[in-house]
Ligand binder design. Structure first.
Ligand SMILES: [Zn+2]
Length: 71
């Protein structure tokens, strides 16, 4: 099991849990390269093998997705 950053983030770690794989990531803006200082945690859906959220960059206000897949 490994968490793979598909879009809008950098993976900094992963924790296997009973609910599924917990990915630790930092949001990253694809437009201005802003990177979140502290890591966030996201539970990858065991059915779809995907984690998806949206965010707006605090620096340039770009709206984008964070997509993490499990492989
Ligand atoms: Zn930005």
């Amino acid at each position: 099991m490994a968490a793979i950053a598909v879009k809008g983030c950098v993976i900094v770690g992963e924790i296997p849990s009973q609910l599924g794989l917990l990915a630790l990531y930092k949001k990253k803006c694809e437009k201005c390269s802003w990177e979140e200082a502290a890591a966030s945690a996201g539970l990858i859906d065991p059915q779809t093998k995907e984690y998806l959220i949206g965010f707006s960059c605090p620096k340039c206000k770009n709206l984008q997705d964070v997509i993490i897949k499990e492989a």
